[in-house]
Design a protein around this ligand. Structure first.
Ligand SMILES: Cc1cc2nc3c(=O)[nH]c(=O)nc-3n(C[C@H](O)[C@H](O)[C@H](O)COP(=O)(O)OP(=O)(O)OC[C@H]3O[C@@H](n4cnc5c(N)ncnc54)[C@H](O)[C@@H]3O)c2cc1C
Length: 414
């Protein structure tokens, strides 16, 4: 039976990044994925693009994936946030109630970094997969877990192929529906926002100039996120019923509804590719590790995409866990012990919980059409916008560049 340092279950973006990070520090890793990888690379698998914080992108650069992804990504140099008014801040006569974030206001960026990079999920998966192959990391797919057990020294998993793998530590990067988290008896708090996100891509007539727009509409946020080739990814949150209806209507009717929210300030637009739907909810594990199991990414915390922070939290988990494990292994410690794993949990717990709570508050505050609340919100947004120090903190925090930064988020290998 082959023994690894770490077995990562789930080859999503977080799991694959962890495999690269641990391998770069000399640990031996196996990656286990239940879905056929070719299916996961297909255009029909995932229509989303993600806003990747500038410090998280530094991690990919350090791991050799950033240089592949940078030409495929779109810089986000500015973000406009408005409360319900379309096109709000971008209108010829802007309303006073908007928030404006600009990369130039952040002082500690290196190499003219943007606020973040918009990257299509399929491009991220492809680049990470190719890096995994190039480093010779073992990826076992498609395969399911049959059993999982541990003794005082090792953890073992039995696979549907009949193979058993053994390691000092198992990491669940299985996403929200983690079977290992459930089997370990880790409590998981979760609720539904009664919203789904409809996602599509549009081609625009006028240049987007690397600006992202987020409009808080009564049924949920509507975001226009810049992509390369002058396209934009639309993330349009609606009640489950309306979102389902939008998925069923023909393209012409869908387009009419889209245009009513999108506005005309970016010129003519046309739909490119299909429509996708994602139910939105919150999930938070009460512990980040138990026995020889550690949770990572959405397996530990799944949040609303209102501020594009979900995967970024997972990438921050990767940087912290990789540093803790690599340093512990170098000191000759057993990397699957509570003593070591608690260092990871301590590093990540506050950020994961506080971000989940803040995002939950935003969803409740902004997905609400109460006229009084909307008036207060509008004034609040306008006032916030007038305090540069607050805006700067928000930009750096959303850029994953605040607090005690692990080396990978500073762009350095461990
Ligand atoms: C509409 C929308 C827009 C978003 N936009 C952003 C954004 O702009 N920025 C951002 O940071 N985040 C964003 N997010 C959040 C982001 O998509 C998630 O946080 C991220 O995909 C989680 O990655 P992960 O690798 O942790 O989990 P997942 O992507 O869920 O991957 C888990 C993997 O594990 C595999 N798996 C599961 N169980 C098993 C098992 N038992 N055995 C083997 N394999 C298993 C799955 O097949 C999958 O490949 C958005 C989310 C939504 C819904």
């Amino acid at each position: 039976m082959k023994t690894y340092d770490v077995i990562i279950v789930g080859a999503g973006m977080a799991g694959m990044t962890l495999a690269l990070a641990l391998t770069s520090g000399g640990l031996e890793v196996a990656l286990v994925e239940k879905q056929p990888f070719n299916d996961m690379l297909d255009v029909s698998f995932d229509g989303r693009a993600s806003a990747i914080a500038y410090a998280c992108f530094r991690q990919w650069k350090a791991l050799g994936v950033g240089d592949v992804l940078e030409p495929l990504s779109c810089r986000m140099d500015e973000i406009f946030v408005t409360d319900g008014h379309l096109p709000g801040a971008a209108a010829p006569t802007p309303l006073p109630f908007f928030l404006h974030f600009a990369a130039g206001e952040i002082s500690d960026r290196s190499d003219d970094e943007p606020l973040g990079y918009m990257v299509e999920n399929r491009q991220m998966r492809k680049a990470l997969y190719e890096a995994i192959q190039a480093r010779g990391i073992r990826l076992i797919t498609p395969v399911s877990l049959v059993d999982h057990r541990e003794d005082g020294v090792f953890a073992e998993i039995d696979l549907s192929t009949g193979e058993t793998l053994k390691a000092s530590l198992i990491v669940s990067a299985e996403g929200r529906k983690s079977s290992l988290r459930e089997k370990a008896g880790i409590k998981y708090i979760n609720w539904d926002y009664e919203q789904s996100a409809v996602v599509c891509t549009v081609q625009m007539d006028r240049p987007h100039n690397h600006v992202a727009y987020e409009h808080f509409l009564p049924t949920g946020p509507f975001a226009i996120l810049p992509l390369n080739d002058n396209r934009a990814c639309i993330v349009w949150s609606e009640t489950h019923a309306k979102a389902k209806a939008l998925m069923q209507v023909d393209d012409a009717l869908f387009f009419d509804h889209l245009l009513a929210r999108f506005g005309e300030f970016l010129g003519d637009i046309s739909l490119v590719g299909g429509k996708f739907i994602y139910p939105l909810g919150l999930g938070l594990a009460e512990e980040m590790h138990k026995g020889r199991l550690a949770l990572l990414g959405d397996s530990a915390h799944g949040i609303h995409p209102i501020a594009g922070q979900g995967l970024n939290l997972g990438l921050k988990d990767v940087a912290a866990l990789a540093e803790v494990l690599i340093e512990a292994a170098r000191l000759g410690e057993d990397i699957g012990t509570d003593l070591v794993l608690e260092r990871y949990a301590k590093w990540r717990r506050f950020d994961n919980v506080s971000t989940s709570v803040v995002m939950d508050g935003f969803v409740r505050l902004f997905s609400n059409g109460n006229p009084l609340l909307r008036a207060v919100r509008g004034v609040g947004i306008g006032l916030f916008n007038r305090v540069p120090a607050l805006r700067k903190f928000v930009m750096e925090d959303a850029g994953a560049a605040t607090g005690d930064l692990p080396k990978l988020l500073r762009g350095e290998l461990v």
